[in-house]
Design a protein around this ligand. Sequence first.
Ligand SMILES: O=P(O)(O)OC[C@H]1O[C@@H](O)[C@H](O)[C@@H](O)[C@@H]1O
Length: 305
Amino acid sequence: MNTSELNQRFAIDATVRIVDASPNYPLIEINNSHATASIALHGAQVLSYQPHGQEPVLWVSKDAVYAEGKSVRGGVPICWPWFGAHPDADKAPHGFVRNCFWRLRSIQQRADDSTELVLFLEDDQHSRGLWPVPFALELRVSVGQSLSLSLTMTNRATIPQTLTAALHSYFYVGDIDAAVVGGLEQVEYLDALQEFRRFTQVGEIRFDAELDRIYEQCDADEWIEDEALGRKICLHKKNSQSTVVWNPWVDKSARMDDFEVGGYRRMVCVETGNVARDAVNLAPGMSHTLGVDISVENLVPASND
Ligand SMILES: O=P(O)(O)OC[C@H]1O[C@@H](O)[C@H](O)[C@@H](O)[C@@H]1O
């Protein structure tokens, strides 16, 4: 469907409209009484969420590419059915569903004026060439006082499947030097920069160099405290046992064509997932839902007394 057909079917008065971010690249734009948001059909990728009166919650690179087959650098790409590198070197990292167009099932206004949309993807000839497994995926997005994402995966094959997945969220921060990730204290992690050796997190996470870690067996709430913007981004995970924390810092970001110069100072990825030891085993016909609620709280300024 092109944008005019999508608008005829799904637009809602002043609240929801569909535009093209680039030719034939539909973007659903939402503006309700809580927030603005945008979601691309490509990859079912949430690209922005901004509660009224707040700075953007998600980061998107100014050099991001909006074209079929490449995930936008920023927002919330969906990594599925594998996270990270695939053992077959010719298979793209982070799976293939972030690199193709999904379809829109519904958009609805809720009684509390939040907006809920459902996107879906099923196996087809193209996907079976990349991964020969029948599946159904559904992403439910709710834009309200919080941003809520639920990814339901269904195994339509006749044999069990082992799946790894992540909602690869890029968060916007005022200044990485003053940003701290909390909620992962005492959790074991695999350090991707040290041959995936296992360590235990001591204290909160601060950033002064490249950092790339898979935290395992952690399902508690997490947060990003951002002193520069005077706010805290709160993450409430659902059915997620792993969290990936990533900042590419100077050299790695410079090697990525779509990563704006200096952008690493304004972002941090805290990715809700089930990765490594936390892979999900799905029996034939079974479904699993991975989700996260993202909300923002203002920090109380320290008093001078
Ligand atoms: O460039 P990509 O494929 O989007 O991946 C970005 C990053 O994604 C993170 O989740 C990984 O931990 C990093 O190792 C990786 O570099």
